[in-house]
Write a protein that binds this ligand. Structure first.
Ligand code: ATP
Length: 254
């Protein structure tokens, strides 16, 4: 087996007394498309936020692209990571949130070019070309000069996807990307994610309540409950013939 691109090794995360991740072990291969499903509050978003370095861990080790994320190797020991290390590691990943989180005072184009210019050091022209490319990919070429408030929720979320892709991450993290959208706008966002799922090299980790979609695009589905993996498997098996009673109850199969 190849070295996984993401690995959670016995990771514990607490918020005060609440243990949100209870010794999580999870490995994801490069190029794999994995969906996390589970009840509200089970720790799904926390997994993504830890990867994006938005939440620190309490114990265990997270590896991304073969390197510890929240630690650095120093003299053979794992020490807490420096801000510099976290900054460098973040470049492996792009994240799309439930609430699009676009910069409201910037045009669509600037939303997309800001990080490539300031984080990757691209020239304005290079960043603009990259923005054109990803705006075309999400079907919003004609909206580059608009501000987020002039777009629908679905269009804003597609800009957020283009913005994340413009950093050319190896891993895309989606945290319930359609939950905040009116039902008629869900399809256009799922269509874009589906297109990304057909890219062999891109690793995709998605938290969603869209079960049919998860079934269509995932190589593997992971069912989470109370900070632990209850069951995981290929989508066909997990959605039609899960082993565990808790999974069946969640999917209303019993
Ligand atoms: N910053 C925080 N401070 C305190 N508690 C938090 C914080 N973030 C999350 N939690 C708690 O941790 C638990 C797991 O949250 P998380 O958002 O990971 O769950 P989830 O499975 O993604 O749920 P949902 O489907 O509702 O988004 C919840 O009980 C939540 O209230």
């Amino acid at each position: 087996m190849n070295t996984p691109i993401i690995r959670f090794d016995n990771v514990v995360k607490q918020f005060g007394e609440a243990r949100v991740l209870n010794g999580l072990n999870l490995a994801i291969e490069a190029g794999e498309k994995v969906t996390i499903i589970g009840p509200s509050g089970s720790g799904k978003s926390t997994v993504l936020r830890i990867l994006m370095t938005l939440e620190p861990i309490d114990s265990g080790v997270v590896y991304v692209a073969g390197q510890p994320l929240w630690h650095e190797q120093k003299a053979g020991a794992l020490m807490p990571a420096s801000a510099r290390h976290l900054h460098d590691m973040r470049k492996h990943m792009g994240m799309v949130f439930q609430q699009f989180n676009l910069f409201p005072h910037m045009t669509v184009r600037r939303n997309i070019t800001e990080a490539p210019i300031h984080v990757l050091g691209l020239s304005k022209q290079e960043a603009n070309e990259r923005a054109e490319h990803y705006l075309a990919l999400v079907g919003l070429t004609d909206h580059a000069d608009k501000f987020p408030r002039q777009l629908s929720g679905g269009q804003q979320q597609r800009v957020a996807i283009a913005r994340a892709l413009a950093m050319k991450p190896r891993i895309m993290l989606f945290d319930e990307p359609t939950s905040a959208l009116d039902p008629e706008l869900v399809g256009e966002v799922l269509q874009v994610i589906q297109r990304l799922a057909s890219e062999d090299d891109l690793t995709l980790l998605l938290v969603t309540h869209e079960m049919q979609f998860a079934r269509e695009i995932s190589d593997r589905v992971v069912f989470f409950d109370k900070g632990e993996i209850v069951e995981e498997g290929d989508p066909e098996t997990l959605f039609t013939a899960p082993r565990e009673a808790r999974t069946r109850a969640f999917l209303k199969l019993t």
